[in-house]
Design a protein around this ligand. Structure first.
Ligand code: 5GP
Length: 203
């Protein structure tokens, strides 16, 4: 797939790709691999009320906002979707996503389950993928190994993970992240097989 180029014909609508999966499953790493190999893909930058982790850059990792600012964005309809996740709010700014799709670009949202469900309502044509851990035990050791969360936050994330995993079959595709390179290969196949089918249908 090394020479694969994303079709970008003028006048073709872009595509919205939604990547969901429990905290710690490796969504972020897979997305970074995707952007590195296909820099023409646009990753939506979310707004969050969560405090920045060490190394996170405002405006790149997230737009870090306080709760009143977040509520204002919601009230003004500026978020395409939003959800509460273990005590913080997360949401997708609408405008950049809609602009890119209108331009024919591919846009990736890396979001949790509730938000993915909202996108299913507002963008039924979105392609939705769910990343699964090989097991809950493995997920727990990954979240702990990351070392970025308090014990309380870890337990909340694990609770939430179990509930999210039960909903994996709502998605178009499920990808098990047992091995990063293998999972990335499956992600590419899922994305580009779908594209081939779509451009085939369009003639
Ligand atoms: P984290 O705090 O680990 O960065 O993110 C927690 C969860 O929120 C992850 O599952 C992540 O995918 C999700 N998330 C990040 N941005 C958004 C967003 O804009 N909307 C929704 N619904 N979830 C998001």
């Amino acid at each position: 797939m090394g020479n694969h180029h994303i079709p970008h014909p003028k006048g073709n609508p872009g595509k919205l790709i939604v990547l969901t999966g429990p905290s710690g499953v490796g969504k972020g790493t897979l997305v970074q691999m995707l952007l590195k190999k296909y820099p023409e893909i646009y990753l939506s930058i979310s707004a969050t009320t969560r405090k920045p982790r060490e190394g996170e850059v405002a405006g790149q990792s997230y737009y870090f906002v306080d709760r009143p600012e977040f509520d204002r964005m919601v009230a003004l309809g500026q978020l395409l979707e939003w959800a509460e996740f273990t005590g913080n709010c997360y949401g997708t700014p609408r405008l950049p996503v809609e602009e890119r799709i209108a331009r024919g670009d591919w846009v990736v949202l890396e979001i949790e389950l509730e938000g993915a469900r909202q996108v299913r309502q507002t963008f039924p044509e979105a392609y939705r993928l769910f990343i699964l851990p090989p097991s809950i035990d493995e997920l727990e050791s990954r979240i702990r190994g990351r070392g970025t969360e308090s014990e309380e936050a870890i337990l909340k994330r694990l609770d939430r993970a179990k509930a999210e995993i039960d909903s994996a079959n709502e998605f178009d595709v499920q990808i098990i992240n047992d091995d990063l390179d293998a999972a990335f290969g499956r992600l590419e196949v899922a994305l580009f097989a779908k594209t081939a089918a779509l451009s085939g249908a369009a003639g």
